[in-house]
Design a protein around this ligand. Structure first.
Ligand SMILES: [Zn+2]
Length: 416
């Protein structure tokens, strides 16, 4: 543990645009945020670019940048991100795919890419595939995600990502189940394609007669009798934060994508059933867990709240205001229960999700870095407009990551 500790709250989709019904204010400006205002007044503020000015990002890329990575260098692809989301800790030799439980008929035609959006029984179906042995000693790891989604990892040295997907990715009409083929001339790619095709064959043998599918047929539902694969990738280019900076890092979250990114970059994850990643997530419990992580001695603790993003997607500014006020309550707990003389407390978002757009935008995100030893911008009101003149404005989320670490006095020096 270093002398100072950091705590960052990531409010997903926090930033917004002026809303006429709110008199031209944003939800953050309209919300009552006495605790955020207290912290903002004790530090640096600004509107921060999640990636590059004007470019909207997904939650995955937004978090990679918040954790200090350049997504152009290290983005591992959806397959590995979903593997980490499902709790599979990938090694450098592993390759991962996003999988879909799907329905094929006896002619190997894909009838439904999502097996009727299967919602229950996927845990049992994934368990029937998990640990599957393939020729030459390769092993398959399979873990369920939400609905029809399943993370699939192939584990063996010498595998290649130069292979085609088996997900035809066309909706609405039947297509033949594609075979996996290599996309370069290497022996590794040829062997990987053959393992993927062996997996597809075994998948059908294991899944078709599975009790979950017997039950589905009896209920007139399409069986989940194959797994379609796409989004292949590996993770070898990601050096965990703890190794780069000699820090211990924790992430408190319920959202599977955020938990996946956090595991990918080496944060220890903390979640329980009350952290739903939804609009009803127990924010007070999340705040208490984050406080506990700081007390356990983690150098940098991140706590994620999904709600503001969901309200932005729903175009619901009143609900977004309510959630921001609940988040302010989390800062109230930090204020009462942490040692403010040695804790650097920060707020940011992974992107803006304006209610007006109903989707992520490239607008920069209100951010502060606060602590007794942090310079002060003299801004005591939290909001997009008031933060405009703050010293963090115009920086990127990567700059903000480095600034937080520098405030903890752990950023390595360039030069002698
Ligand atoms: Zn997001």
């Amino acid at each position: 543990m270093n002398g100072k500790q950091g705590l960052l709250l990531i409010a997903d989709g926090l930033g917004d645009r002026p809303i006429p019904e709110l008199g031209g204010r944003t939800p953050l400006e309209q919300a009552a945020t006495p605790n955020m205002d207290f912290f903002a007044a004790r530090g640096l503020c600004g509107n921060v670019h999640p990636y590059k000015p004007g470019i909207p990002v997904g939650t995955d890329v937004g978090h990679l940048v918040i954790f200090g990575f350049d997504p152009d260098e290290v983005y591992p692809g959806r397959g590995p991100l979903e593997a980490f989301s499902a709790g599979i800790m990938m090694g450098p030799d592993d390759i991962a795919f996003r999988g879909n439980f799907a329905t094929v008929d006896e002619r190997s035609h894909v009838l439904d890419r999502r097996a009727g959006r299967i919602a229950s029984g996927t845990r049992e179906l994934a368990a029937a595939l998990d640990g599957m042995q393939l020729g030459g000693g390769a092993r398959v790891l399979a873990k369920p995600l939400t609905e029809h989604r399943v993370a699939i990892v192939f584990r063996q040295a010498g595998l290649s990502t130069a292979v085609t997907p088996t997900d035809p990715n066309v909706a609405g009409h039947e297509v033949a189940l594609p075979a996996c083929t290599p996309t370069d001339g290497s022996a590794e790619a040829a062997r990987t394609a053959s393992l993927v095709n062996e997996f597809t064959t075994l998948c059908r043998q294991h899944l078709d007669p599975h009790p979950v599918n017997r039950q589905r047929r009896a209920e007139g539902k399409p069986p989940a009798n194959v797994v379609l694969l796409r989004g292949v990738g590996r993770t070898s280019s990601v050096v965990p934060i703890g190794c780069q900076f000699k820090l211990t890092c924790a992430c408190v979250a319920g959202d599977l994508t955020v938990l996946g990114i956090a595991r990918l970059v080496g944060l220890e994850t903390f979640h329980n059933k009350s952290f739903t990643g939804g609009i009803r997530s127990d924010l007070q419990a999340k705040a208490r867990q984050a406080i506990d992580c700081v007390r356990q001695g983690f150098d940098w603790t991140v706590v994620h709240v999904k709600g503001p993003d969901l309200c932005g997607h729903d175009g619901n500014p009143l609900e977004k205001i309510r959630i921001i006020e609940d988040i302010d309550g989390m800062f109230g707990l930090f204020r009462r229960h942490l040692d403010l003389d040695r804790t650097i407390i920060s707020l940011t978002g992974d992107h803006s999700t304006p209610c007006e757009k109903g989707d992520h935008s490239g607008d920069p995100v209100p951010t502060f870095i606060s602590g007794p030893t942090v310079r002060r911008d003299g801004i005591a009101v939290t909001g997009e407009s008031s933060f405009r003149t703050g010293s963090l404005s115009g920086l990127t989320a990567r700059d903000v990551f480095r600034t937080q670490l520098d405030q903890l006095n752990v950023m390595p020096k360039r030069g002698a």
